[in-house]
Design a protein around this ligand. Structure first.
Ligand code: NAP
Length: 499
């Protein structure tokens, strides 16, 4: 193990107490071992939490603009190392290089945005109902935050959580997904190089069952920010309730693109290919349902089939590749099982099989797949598949469209292609999702707007933007009475007309 493949606890790179390790391999070629990492357990989490607790007083009392200056330095370092991080990400996680660069860019954007927050972190100043009394609210740091992240955005998602946590004055214990520890280890190394004091961020690698669970259960961790599968989120929420933690959950999606009969079809096709097959469909915001007006259904499906047939599957490091591997062979099996279900539920237009020919033989690849003429209640139109599979559902009228959009258990992203401004605004009002797009696919969120979803996509919190500050800080309402006498709120109502 190199030093950075160990845990980072209190500013020192250390092996797991047990001495156990696990390996991370490239999904494009399983013979390519990216690294060996500490297989940690509750003992290591305990050490990480102690380090984070020890660092909390110093970090939380450092003026927020000074914390921001460190984040500015980190943002610049991430920008300098963007290409290196992106290449590591493509190798370890599989997404094509252009998307890996985008993933790192999101981290840079959030770092700059949250660095700027160091000079704001605004509360409210409001008039008091009593004379000679001052009223305001201020944000306070909370304590040690536990951050648990998935593999599909191995730098962006940790950054979305980490930078708001830090600017608000919290210290952190972070766990990456078992499939992508190298990305987080390199990211954390740059944080340290950027000047984060020892113990402010602690990295513990290892499994969800051991490390994740220990973070969730630890009584000194006051808040958990988690992104991952809905079932995992529900379990975390249940476990965290025992210690009354604040929990933010960003979970699954089954995101629709609605293509109305008056849509610009070429634009819709470009957007569907990008939203459904980008990151091999492994985005929480991936367009895995296409709700298409019946009058254009067949024409649209044929045009999409032609576009998808031309997609090049391969190693994301090859600039000619359009669609990279999925994360591992378990994912291939899961996607294949949904493809088998889909064959009984709808018309298979293209794909439907794992891809194992030639250069793909050593990796985890699945053919880009389209199902058409599906019923809205088909399993492939309802359940998150998390692979390069999309399902076309024909629709006849607007009312039915709204019902179908809202018929799934998730509510992350939705999109409508139309030239009708009235429908555009109706979609914004009526589609029950946290993100809504018009004439743009379901992916492409920006760092300064709230990110998250409704229903089984989460528990009501939002990431990034100003909204993230509300999760990572505690409100304190402050009253300063300079009247020099007892003033009883709600009782001394001298100034109110009680007529
Ligand atoms: P996952 O299996 O739920 O894992 C996510 C993280 O949780 C990993 O670090 C995992 O560790 C850890 N974990 C697993 N079991 C745990 C437990 N019992 N206690 C604590 N931590 C535990 O999800 P995934 O497969 O990595 O990610 C795919 C899912 O994430 C999809 O459903 C996708 O929609 C969702 N997602 C949502 C958003 C959003 O913002 N809404 C964004 C991206 C992804 P191991 O890796 O060791 O198992």
């Amino acid at each position: 193990m190199s030093s950075t493949n160990r845990n980072l606890i209190g500013g020192r790179w250390v092996e797991a107490r047990s001495g156990r390790t696990f390996t991370s391999v490239s999904p494009a070629n399983h013979d390519d071992v990216v690294g060996e990492f500490a297989a940690s357990s509750a003992e290591d989490v305990q050490a990480g939490v102690e380090a984070a607790r020890a660092a909390f007083p110093g970090w939380s009392l450092l003026p927020a603009p000074k914390r921001g200056e460190i984040l500015f330095r980190i943002a610049r370092l991430l920008a300098e190392h963007k290409e290196e991080l992106a290449r590591l990400m493509t190798r370890e996680m599989g997404k094509v290089l252009a998307e890996a660069r985008g993933d790192v860019q999101e981290a840079i954007d959030v770092a700059y945005y949250m660095a700027g927050e160091g000079r704001r972190l605004s509360g409210q100043t409001v008039p008091s109902e009593m004379p000679d009394k001052f009223a305001m609210s201020v944000r306070r740091p909370i304590g040690v935050a536990g951050i648990i992240t998935p593999w599909n955005f191995p730098v962006a998602i940790p950054a979305w959580k980490l930078f708001p946590a830090l600017i608000c004055g919290n210290t952190v214990v972070m766990k990456p997904a078992t499939d992508t520890p190298a990305c987080m280890a390199r990211f954390v190394e740059l944080l340290i190089e950027g000047g984060l004091p020892d113990g402010v961020v602690n990295l513990i690698t290892g499994s969800g069952g051991e490390v994740g669970d220990a973070i969730v259960a630890h009584p000194d961790i006051r808040l958990i920010s988690f992104t991952g599968h809905t079932d995992t989120g529900v379990e975390i929420s249940r476990r965290a309730a025992a210690t009354l933690k604040r929990v933010s959950l960003e979970l699954g999606g089954k995101n629709p693109i609605v293509i109305w009969e008056d849509a610009d079809l070429q634009l819709a096709l470009d957007s569907v290919v990008w939203s459904s097959f980008g990151t091999a469909g492994q985005r929480c915001t991936a367009a895995s349902r296409l709700i298409v007006h019946r009058r254009i259904h067949d024409e649209f499906v044929e045009a999409l089939r032609t576009r998808v047939a031309a997609l090049v599957l391969g190693d994301g490091l090859d600039e000619l590749t359009d669609v990279g591997p999925v994360i591992n062979d378990r994912a291939v099996e899961r996607i294949a099982s949904y493809a088998a279900i889909g064959r009984n539920e709808a018309e298979l237009v293209i794909g439907g099989e794992p891809a194992r020919d030639g250069k793909l033989a050593k990796g985890s690849f699945f053919q880009p797949t389209i199902f058409a003429n599906a019923r809205p209640d088909a399993r492939i139109a309802q359940e998150e598949i998390f692979g390069p599979v999309t399902t076309v559902v024909p629709v006849d009228d607007w009312q039915q469209t709204v019902e179908i959009v809202n018929s799934v258990k998730y509510g992350l992203s939705s999109s409508l292609f139309t030239r009708d401004v009235n429908l555009a605004f109706r979609s914004i009002r009526d589609f029950d999702t946290g993100l809504g797009y018009v004439n743009h696919g379901t992916i492409g969120a920006e760092a300064h707007l709230p990110f998250g979803g409704t229903k089984a996509t989460g528990n009501g919190h939002r990431e990034v933007g100003q909204a993230a500050l509300d999760f990572f800080s505690e409100w304190k309402s402050v009253y300063v009475d300079y009247s020099g006498r007892l003033q009883r709120a709600q009782i001394d109502t001298t100034f109110v007309d009680q007529g």
